[in-house]
Design a protein around this ligand. Structure first.
Ligand code: FAD
Length: 485
């Protein structure tokens, strides 16, 4: 086998490879793409090593929290891209869309019975993390979970970082060693390894959807939430690459100064694609750095944790890298190291303490989850943000912060606010249910932040934000006109 970064491999069980197996199975659950994908690369390495064809199975469960037309459509669009890419290279690719709850149970075990090795994606959050833990243990053949989530492998540190500054400083010292290990841009080979795998008749009988053409799929068939509608932008690796190119051509040059302006479309819009694994952060990194003809020698010697200057490139590229690498991977670090990453108890002690001390303070307004969901508060700006989230599936970062702070202020308790934020964000945001979702939501409650003064009712020492200040600082008239209802 050729060299592969060892920190990116996590054994799923203690079984050996089944040398009599018929194929290598890549169970694609998080890195839903055929380019820049360490898992696919590893599966192909096994194919070459054991001289067995590769079978890629990309499943879509209908039985996870907040499953809806919105996410099904987005994933389905990606599946079509992946099916086309594999067809071109004569790799056997099957999408499996679970038709009813529980129908997919046992499929992976059944496919693994005839597999020599199973490779799957390592992912630290949401139901996927639990499902992977359960499923991989049960397999009778060797299974590897591969981390293709970010530039810094999750397992390359034992430490869980509680401040972005510390993590940035750590990355400045430790990331360079991993920048030489990029995944292959095009791992799919010339067709020598390809070919169709003959599936067991009993598999096709019990899970007939595995042989079903994607063109015949209609969202109405699935027992998912049909009230959360598909979004106006297309999912999938092709759309993701288009989104990246438009950002590089049209907006990156003003990113550092414009990204905080809610009225401008100034950020990349890549988070939904990153979330579903339709695009790789390695690929984004590569495109950014090619553009400025960067080489690793440009990295600054000093590792002070400063937000800008370390990469040795222009301020816009530095600013984007700080979000894409420091902030994004901080969330993966948290979720991979703490099982309670989605619970109140994971907040820093100072934040828990101050929120508890102010838990009984009188709320100026009090709403329950349904009123928030229906955008029925007294605050036109808040309602507009909620409407945008519910209808379009995306919201600007600054407005997301305000959205969360007001939920904290107008909910019965901080724990209730947490529950409501998680529910609404994950129900509507295309990029929800991600390590970043928990970073953002918990940031509202003090994670990755510091204590602020003066101490206020409800918030205590937690950073405060208000719609009035937002309206003073930024132009919101156009936004209110669009989403004001
Ligand atoms: C209450 C709240 C909820 C949030 N929920 C989510 C969520 O569900 N999913 C999600 O991906 N992000 C979430 N964020 C973080 C942030 O708002 C989004 O990542 C960002 O708006 C995505 O837009 P973009 O892709 O255009 O970002 P860009 O500015 O173009 O940044 C590029 C990439 O860097 C990463 N990034 C950018 N900002 C942040 C940040 N503040 N924290 C972590 N990573 C960041 C994202 O992967 C993003 O795609 C949340 C923030 C808050 C305050």
């Amino acid at each position: 086998m050729r060299n592969f970064p060892p920190e990116r491999i996590r054994p799923g069980n203690a079984s050996n490879a089944n040398l009599k197996g018929d194929y290598i199975l890549y169970w694609m659950v998080a890195n839903r793409r055929t380019r820049w994908n360490f898992s696919l690369q590893r599966a192909l390495d096994w194919s070459r090593e054991l001289r067995k064809p590769l079978l890629i199975v990309e499943p879509l469960s209908c039985d996870y929290p907040w499953a809806s037309d919105r996410f099904h459509q987005f994933i389905l669009e990606g599946m079509i891209d992946n099916a086309n890419a594999c067809q071109e290279k004569r790799i056997d690719y099957r999408a499996y869309l679970e038709p009813k709850r529980g129908a997919g149970d046992g499929l992976i075990e059944a496919l693994a019975e005839r597999a020599a090795v199973v490779v799957t994606d390592d992912y630290p959050a949401f139901f996927l993390a639990r499902m992977l833990r359960r499923a991989t243990h049960r397999l009778a053949t060797k299974c590897e979970l591969i981390d293709s989530n970010g530039l810094f492998p999750m397992a390359a540190t034992d430490k869980c970082f509680v401040r972005a500054y510390d993590f940035r400083r750590f990355l400045q010292k430790n990331l360079p060693a991993h920048l030489i290990d990029l995944p292959d841009a095009e791992p799919l080979p010339v067709p020598e390894i390809g070919g169709t795998v003959t599936l067991n008749g009993s598999i096709k009988k019990r899970w007939p959807e595995i042989a079903r053409p994607l063109s015949k799929v209609s969202l109405e068939e699935f027992p998912i939430d049909h009230t959360v509608r598909s979004v106006a932008f297309t999912g999938g690796p092709q759309a993701a690459e288009g989104c990246l190119e438009r950002f590089l051509d049209q907006r990156l040059d003003a990113y550092a100064t414009m990204r905080n302006l809610p009225e401008e479309k100034s950020s990349s819009g890549l988070s939904p694609y990153l979330h579903f694994g339709h695009i790789s952060s390695h690929y984004i990194f590569d495109r950014l750095m090619q553009r400025v003809a960067w080489s690793v020698e440009q990295l600054a010697d000093s590792t002070t944790g400063a937000r800008s200057g370390w990469w040795g490139v222009d301020e816009n590229t530095e600013a984007l890298l700080d979000q894409l690498v420091t902030w994004r991977e901080l969330g993966f670090n948290m979720c991979s190291h703490r099982n309670d990453y989605e619970r109140f108890s994971s907040l820093p002690d100072w934040a828990q303490k101050t929120l508890r001390q102010h838990a009984k303070d009188t709320r100026p307004y009090l709403y329950d989850q349904d009123s928030f969901d229906a955008a029925e508060t007294h605050d036109p700006l808040w309602n507009a943000v909620q409407r945008q989230l519910a209808q379009s599936g995306e919201v600007h970062n600054y407005l997301r912060m305000l959205w969360g702070k007001k939920i904290l202020e107008w909910s019965e308790s901080p724990q209730e606010a947490l529950k409501i934020m998680i529910h609404l964000n994950n129900k509507y945001a295309v990029d929800g249910r991600d390590p970043n979702s928990y970073s953002g939501i918990f940031w509202v409650l003090g994670r990755y932040d510091r204590a602020w003064g003066p101490e206020r009712p409800i918030f205590g020492k937690i950073r405060y934000m208000s719609s009035e200040n937002t309206a003073r600082k930024y132009r919101t008239a156009g936004y209110l006109e669009k989403w004001g209802g």
